[in-house]
Design a protein around this ligand. Sequence first.
Ligand code: RFL
Ligand code: PHB
Length: 389
Amino acid sequence: MRTQVAIVGAGPSGLLLGQLLLKEGISNVVLERQTAEHVLSRIRAGIIETGTAELLDAAGVGERMRRESLLHDGIEIAFAGARHRVNFRDLIGRGVVVYGQTELTRDLMVGREAAGGTTVYQAQDARLHGMDGSHPRVTYRQDGIERSIDCDFIAGCDGFHGVSRSSFPQSALTCYERIYPFGWLGIMVHQPPVSDELIYVNSERGFALCSMRSRRLSRLYLQCSVDDRVEDWPDERFYDELARRLDPAAAARLQTGKSIEKSIAPLRSFVAEPMCYGRLFLVGDAAHIVPPTGAKGLNLAASDVYYIWQALVGHYRGGSDTGLKEYSRRALARVWKAERFSWSMTSLLHQFPERNGFDRRIQEADLEYLLSSRAALTSLAENYVGLPL
Ligand code: RFL
Ligand code: PHB
């Protein structure tokens, strides 16, 4: 098989890039290790920046999102028994879109099928060859048969555990990492949200987050120990602990119901530099991970897609390789700002087991300053709603 761009991974990065390239008449094949059902069973992001939403529109898959999503003009931060609203609309004139990654991925899959794009699911043992030359190739196995794709470029959109980043020669990559000493335990439940907007909670018992997917579907998170297992947290224990971390008014509105999904995610910050090697370009979680506290992972994946899409259009339509040469530098400039913001939100809102009394007082002072300063709130709003591309 021959195509212009081989895309490894059918998560949001791979599918969005594939769709934008198809719109420009640039051929591509998406290779995915899992089945489509498995990809859709992973519950992840819920907050979409306006820039990401506009990119979905540009890809021609934004219609259902525009119809079914919720628009939020702010968030609430709960601290010391009180809730404080951060009014994004008032501070910077923009808000965010609440729409689940699962639904967005489904829209991208439907769009790709309608556009006649080729996606190979259950592609086993993908291997990348010849990225440092002008004829890269991806090999994989399907139904026990070895297959090969010749291409001009490879987009590594295969997430943190994918094959693309590990295909770089070790000496060509520098990795920066921070592992946090806690995880997030999340549940999905068919119950109305506790509040109209998301509540981020700093409590002495640990962080909590009341999020949502719609007016009838809640997504709730608790900071938990890295050693905890899902089995340790029956629904009753989850709700009991969440109620203790919330302020009394929010706790009174918490409706309990049988969870339909429960999972634990470790928290990590990670960046691999540079994001390209020859004709291989890393996109999204393949190159960087943020802790979910700033709601940035999916949105960073989308901004990488924007830069590489523009670069490939420049190459095929404009005859210029400047965008390709500049891709890593441009993407990383935005990545590090989102890394900084996600790290600072995580530091501000969680309990760190190793911190002492001094550190805790500094965290309280940080929160009190944030909530009393329009300048500090504007900075939070700018970063949360999304920095410019
Ligand atoms: P993905 O989604 O991991 O997709 C990668 C795909 O590549 C496939 N793959 C392979 N395919 C072929 N061959 C191989 N060798 C392969 N190896 C892997 C995988 O099966 C998979 O289908 O990466 P992508 O596309 O870069 O997308 C990134 C986002 O998924 C991620 O950043 C977000 O989910 C992060 N995130 C959030 N981001 C936000 O912007 N807003 C949020 O509110 C938000 N909340 C979250 C989150 C992530 C969370 N978890 C579980 C880590 C909340 C949570 C709890
Ligand atoms: C979610 O709804 O899953 C969600 C929302 C905001 C975050 C993280 C996760 O910061």
